[in-house]
Design a protein around this ligand. Structure first.
Ligand code: CP
Ligand code: NVA
Length: 321
């Protein structure tokens, strides 16, 4: 896939103005991002960039929560494409405290060509999108982590090719689960989700995913993992939920991804984790460091998928005429 082919596929299939949720994509725009990301990875490894911004281009990178992968891959990816990222923490701009979100959005829109934000409340992303006048990208909210899901599926395709698969999510029905479940269904795969009672995915997200494809919900991790091609887990205590740590540790204990659980999956199943991992909690060292683990490729692919997304989203809106 060349850049021109990807752009054509993106532009002719109702591209979104912002990327706040997997629901901003359709099967064709999702395919365009993933195909371009695969091509960009191959090209970057040969020292070639398939897309570079021609005009001076800057992005605001708002982070209300900590980050390793998302921040580094965004900053490095923008650099590789000839753009600049301005990193802003909650300490710097104090969204909603020092200044109203809508005013911050209006200011940023006068200086930068895109806003990428990691926020506590998903509604803040909608407000940024309403007032910024430039594309807004969700770098994780309490509700979704749609940049992560693109890297997840790029990784799965590298290992498994482009065929219908059964993917299992084990643990919290959280932000990462929502985006992964939605994109899996959108791309035509079968999803199985095992959570403790009370930690199921949001019913509306579940309903949307089921409108697109098959999603099976259970409270039994072995049932979810049985015969699966992919086993995915995430921390039991997401950022913002630290006060629930004690009770969650008890309730999630049977949902650890360990070698015993992995024996229920297909022998060539891969293991995903968005990272950071709490070793010995949701996943054991033996699995994370074992032969089925694809987590380092998954982390690398954050770079390529975000570059593809930013290039398509921002170019198609005339930010790089
Ligand atoms: N997976 C992920 O988003 O990692 P960071 O929180 O380190 O960005
Ligand atoms: N669910 C985790 C993902 C971190 C990348 C969190 O929100 O903290």
């Amino acid at each position: 896939m060349t850049w021109e082919q990807a752009l054509q596929a993106w532009q002719t299939n109702q591209p979104p103005r912002h990327y706040l949720s997997i629901t901003d994509l359709n099967p064709k725009t999702a395919r365009a991002v993933l195909d371009l990301a695969h091509a960009m990875k191959r090209a970057t490894r040969q020292g070639i960039e398939l897309f570079r911004f021609e005009r001076p281009t800057a992005f605001a990178l708002i982070f209300e929560k900590p980050s390793l992968r998302t921040r580094v891959t965004l900053e490095v990816g923008l650099y590789q494409m000839g753009a600049h990222g301005v990193y802003l923490t909650q300490n710097d701009i104090q969204m909603g405290k020092r200044e109203a979100v809508m005013d911050i959005a209006r200011n940023l829109g006068r200086w930068v060509q895109g806003v990428i934000a990691r926020v506590f409340y998903h509604s803040v992303l909608h407000e940024l999108a309403q007032f910024a006048g430039v594309p807004v990208i969700n770098a994780l909210s309490d509700h979704e982590h749609p940049c992560q899901a693109l890297a997840d599926w790029m990784t799965i395709e590298e290992y498994k090719g482009n065929r219908p698969l059964t993917v299992a999510w084990v643990g919290d029905g959280n932000n990462v689960c929502h985006s992964f479940m939605l994109l899996s269904a959108l791309l035509g795969h079968s999803v199985r989700i095992a959570t403790p009672e009370g930690y199921e995915p949001d019913p509306q997200v579940l309903q949307q995913a089921r409108a697109w494809g098959s999603v099976y919900l259970t409270h039994d991790p072995e049932e979810a993992v049985a015969g699966a091609d992919v086993v995915y887990t995430d921390v039991w205590v997401s950022m913002g939920y630290e006060t629930e740590r004690e009770i969650r540790m008890r309730q999630f204990a049977p949902f650890q991804v360990n070698e015993a659980l992995m024996r229920h999956a297909l022998p060539d199943a891969i293991v995903l984790h968005c990272l950071p991992a709490r070793r010995g909690e949701e996943i054991t060292d033996a699995v994370l460091d074992g032969p089925q683990s694809a987590v380092w490729d998954q982390a690398e692919n954050r770079l390529h998928t975000q570059k593809a997304l930013i290039a398509l989203l921002c170019h198609s809106q005339g930010q790089n005429p």
